[in-house]
Each structure stands twice: as structure tokens, then as C-alpha cells.
Design a protein around this ligand. Structure first.
Ligand SMILES: C[S@@+](CC[C@H](N)C(=O)[O-])C[C@H]1O[C@@H](n2cnc3c(N)ncnc32)[C@H](O)[C@@H]1O
Length: 194
């Protein structure tokens, strides 16, 4: 059956077409601006964003007064950004904050602690929290920040070419890991406008 006659096939095709090869999705700037307003990181150390992309997390960290290290597996033009696969990196500063590929959050979180981080913040889809329990509980998972209103995260190409941003059906949170955390994780909200 042709895709023109079957909308389900057309929808599935377009989803595959829209998926970015390296999960280059762009979060709204307020997500990291608000993160650094409410969440304290070690000010003696820089913040590493290993998934810098266009630099929204890095810019927000700088604006909050942190020194920043930037890297990404693809050079997306952010000045000074090192081209590097994070999973091959051998050292990290105390602070890591990023919007990683969602299917790699577990590997990124483990790796960040393995190479020296002591506080890690990563954006994660709320719908994936339930299934993530086994590995989240193995890490020093301190709290989540539920982002509201729901941020939209279309592909970077869509945003940079002037496409409409809005209408995402997924909810997102920041996962916050703190090296010395013991006990159950807490739930907090991160509101864009407070
Ligand atoms: C969701 S986007 C981050 C968007 C970014 N916050 C911005 O302001 O543009 C994820 C980024 O992770 C990068 N990435 C994917 N796999 C990676 C890896 N193994 N190591 C480092 N960066 C990776 C992608 O190239 C992409 O730029």
C-alpha cells in the first residue's frame, strides 16, 4: 500500500526522517538558566557540558558565573568547543551538566562519575523514569527537577532553520546526581517563570 493512501505509514516514515543522527535536539534556554539559578555547583571547579551543541547549557552556566568546559562529538560551531566522544573522555571536573542523547543518559551518568565528576545534571524524559529505576538507584541520584511548563525539544536543524517550536507531547526533568547522596531521591519542580 502506498504511504499516500495510508497515513500511519506516512507518519512512521516521517518520524524516522526527523530523527537526528546524534540526537541533536534543542532545549529552550530557560531550562539551563533556571537550573543554575536553583541548583548549586562547586564554584571552585568548572562545569563541563560534554554535549555542548549550540551552547545553551554552556551559556547559561557562564551567565551564572561558572567557568565552563565545552565538548561535543560534532562541531556545531560553539566557539572553543572540543570535538570529543564523551564516553572516550578520561577525566571530568567536579561538575557536569548537559542535555545528552536520551538513550545514553545511563552510560553518560556512570561515565561522568567514573572519570571524576561529583555532581551531575542531565535532562531526561519523565516518561522514562519508571523503567530507569534499577540504574538510577545504583547511582547517587539525589533529586529530580520537573520542568514546567513543558519544554519543547525539536531537532536542532528544525529550530535553526526557523521552524515552529512548541507542542511537544513529552515532559522533561533534570536528573541531579550528587556524589555524597545517600537515601531516596526527592522530587522538586523547576518553573520557567519563578
Ligand atoms: C540534545 S543535543 C544538546 C543541545 C545543546 N544543549 C545545545 O544547546 O545545542 C545533544 C548533543 O550531544 C551530542 N552528542 C551525541 N552523542 C555524543 C557523545 N557520545 N559524546 C559527545 N557528544 C555527543 C550531539 O552531537 C548533540 O549536539
Amino acid at each position: 500500500m502506498s504511504t499516500a493512501k495510508n497515513p500511519d505509514i506516512r507518519r512512521r516514515d516521517s518520524h524516522i526522517f526527523n530523527r537526528d543522527a546524534h540526537d541533536f535536539y534543542l532545549e529552550p534556554q530557560w531550562c539551563s538558566e533556571r537550573l543554575f539559578q536553583v541548583e548549586p555547583f562547586d564554584r571552585q571547579a568548572p562545569i563541563l557540558d560534554p554535549c555542548t551543541g549550540t551552547g545553551r547549557v554552556a551559556q547559561a552556566a557562564k551567565a551564572a558565573g561558572y567557568r565552563v568546559l565545552t565538548a561535543d562529538i560534532i562541531d556545531r560551531g560553539y566557539p572553543g568547543c572540543r570535538v570529543q566522544d564523551f564516553l572516550k573522555r578520561r577525566t571530568a571536573p567536579a561538575n557536569v551538566a548537559c542535555n545528552p542523547p536520551f538513550n545514553a543518559v545511563k552510560a553518560f551518568a556512570y561515565h561522568a562519575f567514573a572519570i571524576g565528576a561529583s555532581k551531575v545534571a542531565m535532562i531526561f524524559p519523565v516518561a522514562c523514569l519508571n523503567a530507569a529505576r534499577p540504574w538510577l538507584c545504583e547511582l547517587p541520584f539525589s533529586h529530580i527537577l520537573l520542568m514546567t511548563p513543558r519544554p519543547s525539544m525539536p531537532t536542532g536543524q528544525h529550530v535553526l532553520s526557523g521552524g515552529h517550536v512548541g507542542g511537544d507531547k513529552r515532559d522533561f526533568c533534570w536528573l541531579i546526581f550528587e556524589g555524597d547522596h545517600v537515601g531516596e531521591p526527592r522530587i522538586r519542580w523547576l518553573h520557567r517563570d519563578e
